[in-house]
Design a protein around this ligand. Structure first.
Ligand SMILES: [Zn+2]
Length: 347
C-alpha cells in the first residue's frame, strides 16, 4: 500500500508568538503559548474577550513553569479584567493542569464534558497508589520486560501530580451546545478517540475552530488503550470522529490547535489522518500472518525505535490498532502461559 499523500495546509500567521504573550488571531480571540514541563514544548491556550472579562480555554500543566506564564498574562495583559470562565477541552494534564487554580483565583466555574471531568477525577484518585492488578496484567500482556515493569511502577499515578486540585463541581458541556462568548455563538463539537469526550468549539461567525488535540497540524494525536478499559476500541471512535469532522467543517475554517500553528486545510488534514491510520491497519493485518506480541508491531507502526519514556504511549497506541482489528474480525488474540497476548490473523 502506498503512503497517503501529504495534505495541503496553509499557515496564515508567519510568526510564532513569544511564550506567555497573547497574540491576536481574530477580533477578540488571542493565542497564548503556555510553556510545558515535558512532552510538547507548549500548549496554545485560547483567550476569548468578553465585555466583563475573559474566557480561557485550556490551561497548561499544574507546574511552576506554566503558572508563572499565567501570572504574567494576568498582570500584563488582563490587568484589572477578570477571568470569568474556564473551558477545558479534555482531561490530559497539559490541558486541565491549572484549571482548578484559575477557577479558584476568580471563583468561577469550570466547563467540561461529563466524561472528561469524571475521568479526570478518577485518574487523579490513582495518585500515590500502587499499581493495581488489572494494570499489571495489562502491561504483562503487552510483553513488558521486568525492567519495563519496574519503570511503569515508578511512574504510575503521576497523572495527578501535574494537575492542581480540581474543582469539586463543574458545568457540563454537551455536543451541540451553543455558548455566547464575546457576543458571538460558539458551538460545542465533541470528538472521541484521543480522549473520551473531547470538546472542540466552532464559531461560524468568525470561521474559527478551536480544536484542542482533536485536530493537530503536525503530529498525529495519540490514540491509546489504557489499563482501565483493556478491550476498548478508541481507534474506531477516532476514525468516526475524523470522518464526521471532515463532513462538518467548512472548507476554509481556520483551525486553532492546542499544539502547533493555526492552519487552514482541515478537510485535507483529516483525510490524511484517516488514510494514515488505515494504512497502518492494513500493514498490521499483514504482519499478523504470523503471531505477534505488542512490541513486535512497533517497527511496522512507528517506523522508528521507541525510547523508554515513550513505551507506554507506543504500547497503548499499538493495542488500540490491534483491538480495532479484533473488533473488525480480522485478528484473533490469544494468551500464552506467561499471560502475554499473541495476535494472529483470523483467516
Ligand atoms: Zn491530549
Amino acid at each position: 500500500m502506498t503512503r497517503p499523500r501529504r495534505p495541503q495546509m496553509t499557515y496564515p500567521f508567519s510568526h510564532e508568538p513569544e511564550l506567555g504573550r497573547p497574540d491576536k488571531v481574530a477580533e477578540g480571540v488571542y493565542r497564548c503559548r503556555i510553556p510545558l514541563e515535558f512532552g510538547p514544548p507548549y500548549i496554545n491556550s485560547w483567550l476569548l474577550e468578553e465585555d466583563d472579562g475573559w474566557t480561557v480555554i485550556d490551561t497548561g500543566m499544574g507546574t511552576k513553569i506554566s503558572s508563572d506564564a499565567w501570572r504574567g498574562v494576568f498582570k500584563d495583559f488582563f490587568g484589572d479584567r477578570p477571568v470569568i470562565r474556564v473551558i477545558v477541552t479534555h482531561m490530559h494534564p497539559d490541558h486541565i493542569g491549572l484549571a482548578g487554580w484559575i477557577c479558584r483565583k476568580w471563583n468561577i466555574p469550570l466547563h467540561m464534558s461529563q466524561v472528561e471531568y469524571l475521568t479526570a477525577r478518577t485518574l487523579v484518585a490513582d495518585t500515590h497508589h500502587d499499581v493495581p492488578d488489572e494494570a499489571m496484567r495489562f502491561i504483562r500482556a503487552a510483553a513488558y520486560t521486568d525492567e519495563q515493569v519496574d519503570s511503569y511502577r515508578a511512574i504510575f499515578g503521576k497523572f495527578g501530580s501535574f494537575i492542581r486540585s480540581l474543582p469539586q463541581a463543574y458545568s457540563r458541556l454537551r455536543h451541540g451546545d451553543r455558548l455566547t462568548i464575546g457576543g458571538v455563538e460558539w458551538i460545542v463539537v465533541i470528538g472521541r478517540g484521543h480522549s473520551p469526550e473531547h470538546v472542540c468549539l466552532h464559531c461560524p461567525d468568525k470561521n474559527l475552530f478551536i480544536a484542542g488535540d482533536q485536530l493537530l497540524p503536525e503530529i498525529s494525536s495519540n490514540i491509546s488503550v489504557w489499563p482501565y478499559e483493556p478491550d476498548a476500541n478508541p481507534l474506531d471512535d477516532w476514525l468516526v470522529s475524523c470522518a464526521r469532522l471532515k463532513d462538518y467543517l467548512p472548507e476554509e475554517v481556520l483551525v486553532l490547535p492546542a499544539h502547533g500553528n493555526p492552519f487552514t486545510g482541515a478537510k485535507e488534514r483529516l483525510a490524511y489522518l484517516i488514510a494514515d491510520h488505515e494504512d497502518n491497519l492494513a500493514n498490521l493485518r499483514e504482519l499478523c500472518r504470523t503471531p505477534v506480541r505488542v512490541p513486535d508491531c512497533f517497527a511496522t507502526l512507528f517506523k522508528k525505535e521507541i525510547p523508554d519514556d515513550k513505551l507506554n504511549m507506543a504500547a497503548g497506541e499499538t493495542i488500540a490498532h490491534l483491538n480495532y482489528l479484533i473488533h473488525d474480525g480480522s485478528v484473533i488474540r490469544e494468551t500464552d502461559g506467561n499471560g502475554v497476548h499473541l495476535y494472529r490473523r483470523a483467516d
